[in-house]
Design a protein around this ligand. Structure first.
Ligand code: FAD
Length: 431
């Protein structure tokens, strides 16, 4: 137990997206032990699922947080996306629209009465560790309508997301290129690319999905990437190329020497971690998209009362957020003793070195993919709570299997979980 044995711990939660709502839900469920206060800078919950037509900044000057585009449907079925025990409505198809996810998160917020704990329109500006005897407390400065206040907390849970600050690579020749260069963060509608030749640089989830959306109106879409060639069927106006070597005034030259006239470069190159509100005294470093020093990608090894939910990438997000939140709560309420700082740092380094040994670059320090299931189970075993039902992994793997060969069609499938480890595929729906 980090606080006084009889006192409730005051816990600040930064962000009212899926991760922050999940943290508030579980903290408030242990009301005798925790006194949570959530902070969300926007005027509503849901984080990245709050679609906006705006690009750059919102009317109130806050940078746009959402990376959604108008036609986006989820790339995971609702059956695996849901928080355990809180399913999406049954009448929805498996792959839902972004507005359905926002409604789902709003329902979650209302169902668990989280408005009692969350301050909307309130931005956290500064988090500072403060010595309180042998313990570290947290001074959190936040502002609302230009009024600034500071509160003291026993713990801080950072849930600020990592899809709001685009990672923009330098491209040789970009200054002389006469077409448009933009990032998928700013992509909203395909119409503006009608009859154009568009290069989507990057073939991860966004690159694949955005390419298909633009291809509905564009003359040609080139998915440019350095991965092994995608093995999926693609629409007739979509092709693949290697990465971009350089741009000229009107063309892209690819690393295989081929050159194509292009109108638009759509950077589907991912996002950066950013914690502008953490003071340097929090001792959090980001180097080449690796956030340190985080034990199990969650807990600050030097200041364990500072934790992060949702750092991992290539995951099934909501169920993992729930595991990470419960792991933090088990630590905060004292039911899960932590190893000492040296042991936690050794464990963190071991995890990182294992990735490097597999040939992964540093920027994949928090990528999970197939590792996520053992990781989720480990958190549950350590924290003493139930594991995610195997049906979630089984269906997630099945969707991945279908997607790699049928990118344009996989979202038409319908699924249903039928037991702890089983699911059923139903009739496909129309496009
Ligand atoms: P966010 O949703 O980004 O929420 C963070 C919140 O913190 C925001 O509301 C922000 O305003 C707030 N905040 C930030 N800084 C401050 C501050 N200083 N003070 C106060 N508030 C602050 N996941 C799926 O499960 N299925 C999908 O199909 C899927 N598709 C995706 C498609 C796209 C294009 C993107 C970008 C993501 C997708 N995801 C998908 C992943 C998605 O990011 C997660 O599902 C999840 O919503 C992330 O939640 P979060 O709470 O971590 O972050």
């Amino acid at each position: 137990m980090f606080g006084h044995a009889m006192m409730k711990l005051r816990v600040a939660v930064i962000g009212g997206g899926a991760a922050g709502l999940c943290a508030l839900r579980h903290l408030s469920a242990c009301g005798e032990r925790f006194d949570p206060v959530g902070f969300e800078q926007l005027d509503g919950v849901g984080g990245t699922w709050r679609y906006t037509d705006h690009i750059g900044t919102m009317e109130n000057g806050i940078p746009v947080q959402s990376s959604m585009y108008r036609n986006l449907k989820t790339n995971l079925p609702k059956e695996v996306m849901a928080f355990p025990g809180f399913p999406f409505p049954q009448n929805l198809p498996s792959f839902v629209k972004h507005e359905d996810v926002l409604q789902y998160l709003t329902d979650y917020y209302q169902h668990y009465d989280l408005h009692k704990y969350l301050k909307l329109n309130t931005r956290v500006d500064l988090v500072e560790p403060v010595k309180a005897g042998t313990r570290t407390e947290w001074s959190v400065t936040y502002s609302s309508e230009n009024q600034s206040q500071t509160g003291q907390f026993d713990a801080v849970i950072v849930c600020n997301g990592h899809y709001a600050v685009p990672l923009v690579p330098h491209l040789e020749g970009e200054k002389s290129f006469q077409g448009e260069i933009t990032h998928s963060h700013d992509y909203r509608v395909p119409d503006v690319y009608k009859d154009k030749v568009v290069v989507c640089l990057g073939a991860a989830a966004s690159g694949q999905d955005v390419s298909l959306d633009i291809a509905t109106v564009a003359n040609k879409v080139i998915i440019s990437h350095n991965k092994p060639s995608l093995k999926t069927v693609l629409p007739s106006n979509v092709c693949q190329q290697t990465g971009i070597d350089r741009l000229t005034e009107k063309t892209a030259v690819f690393t295989n020497g081929k050159e194509e006239p292009v109108d638009v470069i759509m950077l589907c190159t991912g996002y950066r971690y950013s914690f502008p509100f953490l003071s340097p005294n929090c001792a959090v470093n980001i180097e080449d998209e690796r956030v340190t020093p985080l034990y199990k990608h969650i807990i600050h090894t030097r200041y364990p009362t500072l934790s992060f939910i949702g750092i991992c990438k290539t995951i099934c997000p909501f169920p993992q957020f729930e595991n990470q939140v419960r792991f933090v709560l088990s630590m905060l309420d004292g039911s899960m003793p932590l190893p000492n700082q040296t042991e936690m740092e050794r464990d963190t380094e071991k995890d990182f070195q294992a990735r490097l040994a597999e040939g992964l670059p540093t920027r994949h320090a928090h990528s999970m993919g197939p590792r996520q299931w053992a990781y989720n189970d480990m958190l549950a075993h350590m924290g003493g709570f139930e594991v995610i039902p195997p049906a979630v992994q089984n269906l997630y793997d099945e969707v991945h299997r279908v997607r790699v060969t049928n990118l344009p069609g996989y979202k038409r499938k319908q699924y249903r979980l039928t037991g702890e480890d089983s699911f059923q595929e139903n009739e496909c729906i129309g496009s």
